[in-house]
Write a protein that binds this ligand. Structure first.
Ligand code: AN0
Ligand code: CP
Length: 315
C-alpha cells in the first residue's frame, strides 16, 4: 500500500481484520520495520484521538514521529496558485509540501472540508496536493470527504462485538450546534457497504449524503423505523450536502436516548468522538453498558498501526 485515503484500499477485508487482530495481540512484533524511519503528522485541524493513536501506532512500529500543527507556529499557508501573495499568508503550500516531504518517509494529513466550495472539498484539493507534491506516501487522518482510519477502527470494533455474521448497523444523524463535515458518515457508509452488513442510514430531510456514498443503501427519514432491530447504532452529525455546509435542523427529537435505544435489539452504541452529550447522545446511553465509544477509540491505534505497517512494507 502506498497512499491510504479510503477503506476501499484495504483489499481483502478478512485479511485486514486478521492482520489488525495480530497487531492488537502483539503490538511490538514489527519494530524493525520502522527503524530509522520518520512519520510526519500534519494537522490543519484539531485532534485528540487521531494525534495520539497515530503517534502511538508509529512508535509501536519503531518509527520516529514529528507532529506539525500548521495553524500553531508555522507560516500561514496560501493554497491557491496564481495569487499575488501581498496579504497575511507568508508561504505557499506548493513549497511547504515538498519541504515537509524532505524531512520524513511517510506523511499523515488532517485537512477537513472547508465548506467554501463543495467542488474543492469533494475534489480533496489539499490531500491530493500532498500526494502530488510531497514525494512520499500519504495517508489521510480525516480529509474533506473521508476518515478512513476512523472507519477501519469502527469496522474492527463491529467485528469484535458482533453476535451474527451480518449484523444490522444503523447510522443515524443527530443534532449538533455547528456545521460538521460529511467525512465520517461518508467513510462509514463506504466501510459498511464493503463489509456487507445490513446497513441503514437515518437522517432528516435535506441531510442525504452524496449519492456516490449511499448507492444501494437504505436511507430513511424515519429514525424510529430504522432503529427497530438494530444491533449497532452509530450516531453522527453532519451538515447538509445538498444545501452544502448548512445546518438545517437542530431537532433534539433525533438525539439518541434510552427511549430510542429501547427500539433496537439491545444494540451497542458507537460514536467516533468527540461527542456533544445531550445533543448527539444522552448521558445515560454513552455511559451505559452498551456504549462502545472507549474500545472504539482504543482501536484507532490498531487501525493506524495496520495501515502504517502496510505502507512501511511497501517502501
Ligand atoms: C469532526 C467531524 O465531525 O468531522 C471530527 C470527528 C472525528 N468533529 C468535530 O469537528 C466536532
Ligand atoms: N475520532 C477522531 O478522529 O477524533 P479526533 O478528532 O480527536 O482525532
Amino acid at each position: 500500500m502506498r497512499h491510504f485515503t479510503s477503506v476501499t484500499q484495504l483489499g481483502d477485508l478478512r485479511d485486514a481484520f486478521a492482520e489488525a487482530a495480530r497487531i492488537k495481540e502483539n503490538p511490538f512484533a514489527d519494530q524493525h520495520l520502522g527503524k530509522n524511519k520518520t512519520l510526519l503528522l500534519v494537522f490543519f485541524n484539531n485532534s485528540l484521538r487521531t494525534r495520539l493513536s497515530t503517534w502511538k501506532a508509529a512508535t509501536n512500529l519503531g518509527m520516529n514521529v514529528i507532529v506539525l500543527d500548521v495553524n500553531q507556529g508555522a507560516w500561514k499557508l496560501e493554497t491557491e496558485r496564481g495569487v499575488i501573495m501581498d496579504g497575511d499568508k507568508s508561504e505557499h503550500i506548493l513549497e511547504a509540501i515538498p519541504v515537509m516531504g524532505s524531512y520524513c518517509d511517510i506523511i499523515g494529513v488532517r485537512s477537513f472540508a472547508r465548506f467554501e466550495s463543495r467542488e474543492d472539498d469533494y475534489g480533496e484539493v489539499i490531500l491530493n496536493r500532498f500526494i502530488q507534491y510531497s514525494g512520499k506516501p500519504v495517508f489521510s487522518m480525516e480529509a474533506a470527504t473521508r476518515h478512513p482510519l476512523q472507519t477501519f477502527a469502527d469496522m474492527i470494533t463491529i467485528e469484535e462485538y458482533k453476535k451474527k455474521s451480518r449484523p444490522k448497523v444503523v447510522m443515524t444523524w443527530a443534532p449538533h450546534p455547528k456545521a460538521l463535515p460529511q467525512a465520517v458518515p461518508n467513510s462509514f457508509a463506504e466501510g459498511m457497504r464493503l463489509a456487507g452488513y445490513d446497513f441503514v442510514i437515518a437522517n432528516p430531510e435535506g441531510y442525504d449524503l452524496a449519492p456516490e456514498f449511499t448507492e444501494g443503501v437504505t436511507v430513511t427519514h424515519d429514525q424510529d423505523e430504522a432503529l427497530r432491530g438494530a444491533d449497532f447504532v452509530y450516531a453522527k452529525n453532519w451538515a447538509s450536502y445538498s444545501n452544502y455546509g448548512k445546518v438545517l435542523s437542530r431537532d433534539k427529537g433525533w438525539t439518541v436516548t434510552e427511549e430510542k435505544m429501547a427500539l433496537t435489539d439491545n444494540a451497542y452504541f458507537m460514536h467516533c468522538l468527540p461527542v456533544r452529550r445531550n445533543m448527539i447522545v444522552s448521558d445515560d446511553v454513552i455511559e451505559g453498558p452498551r456504549s462502545l465509544v472507549i474500545p472504539e477509540a482504543a482501536n484507532r491505534v490498531v487501525s493506524a498501526q495496520t495501515v502504517i505497517k502496510r505502507i512501511l512494507e511497501s517502501l
